[in-house]
Structure formats: C-alpha cells, structure tokens
Design a protein around this ligand. Structure first.
Ligand code: FRU
Length: 463
C-alpha cells in the first residue's frame, strides 16, 4: 500500500488535504504564532459536494498540520467561501478579550458569522445568522479587513457581474457602500480581495477577483485592478487591458492572509481550474494550493503591476544547490543537478540570435519564449489529462538587460513559472509519467546565452 503523502502526484511542498476534495482557500489569517488555512472541503468524496471548512495551521506557511473540520453545514445551508479576521477589541461582542471571527457564505447566498476564542480550534455559529440576506442570486465570498481611516470593517463580496463593498462597526450590521463592475460587464466574479499597498508613502489599492469563465488559459482564473479606495468606493485606474494575476490554467479563488505579522501580503490560490477540476488523476485526495507568494506593487514602464515572489521561507527546503553560467546555448542542453522532484530551477536567458528559448521538462511540458511574438508559452500536450487546455500563452518582454529570466517551482504534479522577477506568473498542473524532471534547456533558430543557471532540490514537507 502506498503511504499517505507519497502517492503518485501527491504534492511535496504544497498543501493538499490528507483525504478528499479541496477547493478555495478560506479564512486566511495569522493569529498568535499560527497561519490558518481554512478551505472549501468535501470530506465524503473526491468531487465537489456539501461544503465544509477544512482547516490547517502552520508556523511558516510551508509545513502544515491538518486539524479537524472547522465549520460544518447547518440548518441555513452548506458553508461556502469566506474570511476570518482578528477581532482584537471585541467589536462584535462575540469574543471577549479578543478572538477570531469568520464571515462566510452559505450556499443559499446569505452570509453567516462564526467565532472562536480558542485559536480557531472550535467555532460557534452566531445565533442571529444570517447577517446579510441574498442580495443577488450569486452573492458570496466575503473578504474583510479593518480600515483604520474610517475605523470600520470593510467587506468586499462578489455579486455576479459586479463586486460590492459594505462597511460595519461590529462585523454584524453591514451598510452597503458601493458597487464595482467591469466596464464591459464581461466577467462573473467570485472571491474578491482588496489590498492596500504602501508605495513611496502613497497608498495604492489592488482589487483581486476570480472570474469564471474568461480566464486567458480558459475556464477560471484570477485578475486584478489597481486603483484607489476611499473607505466606500473603489475606483480603478483608467487602463485599457485587464491585468491577470496568473496566466496559467491553475490558480483560482486565491486571497491574502489577514494580519500578517510583518504587514506583508501573502497570497495563496487553489491550484486547479473548474474546467476539469474533478477529472485530475489523483485518488485519496483531490486538490492542492499554490505555493504562497508575497505580493508587492511595482511601477513598470507599462504601469503598476503586481509582483509575485515565492515566500522567502522556501529557502529552508533547499538542498544540493548548483549554480552555473555563463555559457552559450544552441540546440539543447541537459540540466544536471536536479534528478528528482520536488525542485527549483532558475535560468536567465540572453536571447543572442535565437528565435526561441526555453525549458522542456518531464518529457511532458515545454516553457518557451518567442522573441517575435513576445510571448511566454507553456505547452502540456502530454500532461496526462484529457479536456485540458494544452497551450497557454502570456505576453512577456525581455527585462532591462535584454534577458528572459525564469524561476520554476516544480512539484510532482505542478510547475509554477515566475518570469522576470515575478512580474508574470503561470501556474499549471501537469501529470507526468515520471518523477524525474529531465530538464532540458533549448535555443532554436540561433544561439542564445545562459547568463546563469541554478538548481535546488527541495526537501519534502511531509518528512
Ligand atoms: C469559487 C467558489 C466560490 C464558492 C465556493 C464553493 O471556486 O465557486 O464562489 O463560495 O467555490 O465551493
């Protein structure tokens, strides 16, 4: 019998539940030395079903301890996605001395409250639930933060083609403030998050939302708007294009941790796509999270952009690191030093005369930059799934030094690509025949130069 956590395709440095179905991360909050990860969980099956909140905790966002289910369905409905905040000053009156308050959706699209005064170990549902009625047929996925300027709690919540904002003094009575809609009304939103970034003494706000369908790789995906929030209304900077947080097929319903101890914003998403989520070839469990990424907002020649950086704590998993460069590349070059997964690869390409450069791995996935098209394309023709978008492209330009810089996080069933210091991210599942990454670099139509090449084996978080 295969040991739990060593099954084929079992993630080795990403969170996955011991057993059964997982989707969205929920209630991300740091409290008293622990990061909490709640998640949409169907404990009785390998497909989506009656939703509960699963629960795991971690001291470092990497090694997770799975705890008992936190929230069970009740007479008001099944428990959909939502948020947890630290109600330090007991504004709700529910947590004397301070504690955790969860605000979540019921599948009936009403909103409920639950609270915990024992570090999230046990939860009590608020007696007067629901606290908000179903104001729309798809009214769900609240995310809440404390807004110091107005001394109120702010809720962002999805309502079909728009996102709505509410405010409250006590997490229980909510006043509607505004509605934000994509100008073309083109998207159906789920799971919003609203984040203030301090950049050069100015606060700039980023509104993240998941959309289904309409993502660049097909199916479900995550976009963002950069703009301003005045305590009631979010106004997006005028921009011609939709900004995608991830161009890959497999990063959905992600949000950031509330109350992060150093004030940073760390994002995690469900590493799957509603197009085929129930068909991915795992048994025992189904579904995993992305690796946590720190978000920062940076000014580029094209405007403000989110940058995603795998959290620095990843460093503690690294072993047997190699570093080489520079050397010329024409044709193919087999990368040595990373004989099994999980692992990490960093490679900086100088394009030289090459028309295309890239990485081929697992005998199943190609990551290729095309200098004429200015695109980074991931192909996964032999990814082990049918019904699966196989060609996934994103716009990319060389950096100021004329380089294409790739950083790959490689697990048994996923490759997360961060390009040019995380200004572009492509997260994709792959279900290869082998656990040997068999990494090959290539240059086509000319000679490129590898300015630097690094590999790390990563220790499994399960051992
Ligand atoms: C997003 C979503 C949410 C909903 C939850 C149900 O993936 O559809 O809108 O709350 O999943 O599991």
């Amino acid at each position: 019998m295969t040991q739990l956590y060593d099954e084929p395709y079992r993630p080795q440095f990403h969170y996955s539940p011991p057993r059964a179905w997982l989707n969205d991360p929920n209630g991300l909050v740091y409290y008293q030395g622990e990061y909490h990860l709640f998640y949409q969980y169907h404990p009785d099956g390998l497909e989506w079903g009656p939703m509960h909140w699963g629960h795991a905790v971690s001291a470092d966002l990497i090694h997770w301890q799975t705890l008992p289910i936190a929230l069970y369905p009740d007479s008001l409905g099944k428990i959909f996605s939502g948020t947890v905040v630290v109600d330090q000053h007991n504004t709700s009156g529910l947590v004397p001395g301070g504690g955790l308050v969860a605000v979540y959706s019921y599948d009936t699209q009403t909103q409920g409250v639950a609270y915990s005064t024992d570090q999230g170990r046990t939860w009590t549902k608020y007696i007067a639930n629901p606290i908000l009625p179903a104001l729309h047929k798809d009214f769900r996925d609240p995310k809440i933060f404390w807004h110091d300027a107005t001394k109120r709690w702010i809720m962002a919540i999805a309502a079909g083609n728009s996102l709505m904002f509410f405010s409250s003094p006590d997490l229980l009575a909510w006043e509607q403030c505004s509605t934000f809609g994509d100008s073309q009304g083109a998207f159906t939103y789920e799971v919003p998050d609203l984040i203030p970034f301090q950049v050069g003494g100015v606060t700039r706000w980023v509104l993240i939302a998941s959309v289904i369908p309409g993502a660049p790789a097909g199916g479900s995906g995550t976009l963002y708007y950069v703009g301003n929030f005045d305590g009631r209304v979010f106004t997006a900077d005028p921009s011609t294009a939709t900004l995608w947080l991830d161009y890959g097929a497999d990063n959905y319903a992600g949000t950031t941790w509330n109350n992060h101890p150093d004030g940073s914003y760390v994002f995690i998403g469900w590493m799957n796509n509603w197009l085929y989520a129930k068909n991915i070839p795992t048994s025992v469990w189904r579904g995993a999270m992305t690796f946590p990424r720190e978000l920062t907002l940076v000014e580029t020649t094209e405007g403000w952009r989110l940058r995603q950086t795998p959290i620095a704590a990843l460093g503690q998993l690294r072993q047997h690191s190699t570093q080489q460069g520079a050397f010329d590349l024409s044709g193919e070059h087999a990368v040595t030093g990373l004989d099994s997964v999980p692992g990490e690869l960093t490679v900086d390409f100088e394009l030289g005369t090459a028309a295309q450069v890239g990485v081929w791995l697992f005998g199943a996935m190609e990551i290729m930059y095309d200098r004429t098209a200015h695109t980074l394309t991931v192909q996964r023709p032999d990814a082990g799934l049918t019904d699966f978008p196989t060609t996934i492209s994103a716009p990319l330009s060389p950096d100021a030094l004329g380089r294409i810089r790739l950083h790959l996080l490689i697990d048994r069933a996923s490759v997360e690509v961060f390009a040019n210091d995380g200004l572009l991210s492509l997260t994709n599942q792959v279900f290869p025949q082998t656990q040997r990454p068999q990494i090959t670099l290539f240059a086509r139509g000319g000679t490129a130069r590898i300015a630097s090449l690094g590999t790390h084996w990563l220790k499994s978080i399960h051992r």
